[in-house]
Design a protein. Sequence first.
Length: 420
Amino acid sequence: MTLLAFGINHKTAPVDIREKVAFAPETLSEALQDLCANDNIREGAILSTCNRTELYCGLDTEDDSVVLDWFRRYHHLSESDLKPYVFTYPDQSAVRHMLRVASGLDSLVLGEPQILGQMKQAYSSAHDVGVIGRQLNQLFQHTFSVAKQVRTDTAIGASAVSVAFAAVSLSKQIFSDLEKHTALLIGAGETIELVARHLKESGIGRIIVANRTVDNAHKLASEFDGFGISLSEIPAHLAEADIVISSTASPLPIVGKGMAETAIKARKHRPMLMVDIAVPRDIEAEVSELDDVYLYTVDDLQEIIQENLKSRQEAAKQAEEIIDTQVTHFMGWLRSLDAVDTIRAYRESAETIRTQALETAQRQLASGKDPQQVAEEMARLLTNKLTHAPSTQMKQAAYDGRLSLLESARELFDLDNPNK
C-alpha cells in the first residue's frame, strides 16, 4: 500500500483558492465516505482548517492522480484550477509531512499548538466514519506521540504565539490603549476563545461574542466579562466595535460591505480594524474598499507572525532532529509488515509439525510404550523436522556459492560465527 499526503496550504495557495476547497464540518462524513468509495483508496482522513486542506490516504496504487481526480470532482474544479497549488508526498515524505504538521513546524505560526487538536479531530472524524485502516491508524497514533514529544523536549511552544495571538498583536499596534475599546468576536470556537483570552490579558475594555448558537456565545463571553449575541444581531452592534475578529465555519460571508458601511457612518468614521481569519472568508473582500476600515485576512498576518518566529528557530531545529528519528522508526514498523505473512506461514508450519509429533507420542503412550522413550523420540522428531528445511536450504546455498544467505541464516538463528 502507498501512503500519501495530498492537499494545499498557506504556503502553496492564496486564501481565495483555499476557501474553494475547504470542507465544512457538516459535509465531512459524506466526503470521507465518497473518498474511500474509490476502489484505489483503501483508507483516508481529511484535515481542513483556515490554513490548509489536506488528505491523508492509503492507496492500492502508486498512481496518486486518483486523489487529485477525486478532489477536483468533489469541489467541481478543473485540474488546471488546482494543479499549480497542490502538493503530493508519498510514503516516507508523507510520514515526515504529517509529523511536521502536527508538531506545528508547517504552520503559519511556527509551533502553534492548535493544529494538533485539529489533526486529532480529523482522525476522530475518519475513525467514526470507519475509513481508518491499520496503517493510517498507526501513523496517526505515532504522529500524536511525536508531537507531544516535540512539545515536551523542545521550547517550540514556549511563547504564546498563534494566529489568534497575531490578530491581537495587530490590534495592539493599531489601538495602543485597548482598555478604551470594544472588540466584537464572531464565532465561539477554539481560535476565537484564544483571541478572547489574549485580548483580556491585553486589557481590552469590552468584549462582544457573536455566534450562530447564542448559548455558546453567552458561555464564552461570560468567561471574559463580555456578553453574547446571535449572528443576526451583528448589524445592531457592529458600530460599537473598534475591533472585529472573525473565525467561523460559515460557507457564506457574515459581514458584507453594506453592513460595514452602515456601521462606519454610525461611528462617524472612527476607524475600525477587521481581522478575518476564517476560510471561507467571513467578511466580504469589498469591505476593504471602505474608508476608515482596515481589513486583514490570515495571509496579511504573515509580517506580524514573522516577528514572533525568531525565538522558535532553534527549537524548530531540535524538533526536526526528533522527527528525523521518528520517521525512521515508523518506516521500520511499516517495513516490518512485509514480514507478517512469512512469520505467520513459518509459525503455521511449526504448529503442524508440533501437532503431528504430539499425535504420534500420544499413540505410542496409548499402546503402552515407555514414557521416557516416547519423550526422547518426540524431542528427536521435533528437532529433525524443524531443522530439516533450513539445513537443506543452507547446504544448497553453500553449494551454489550464495554465502550471503549463510550469513543471513547466522543472523536469523542468532548463531556464533566460527570464523571469529
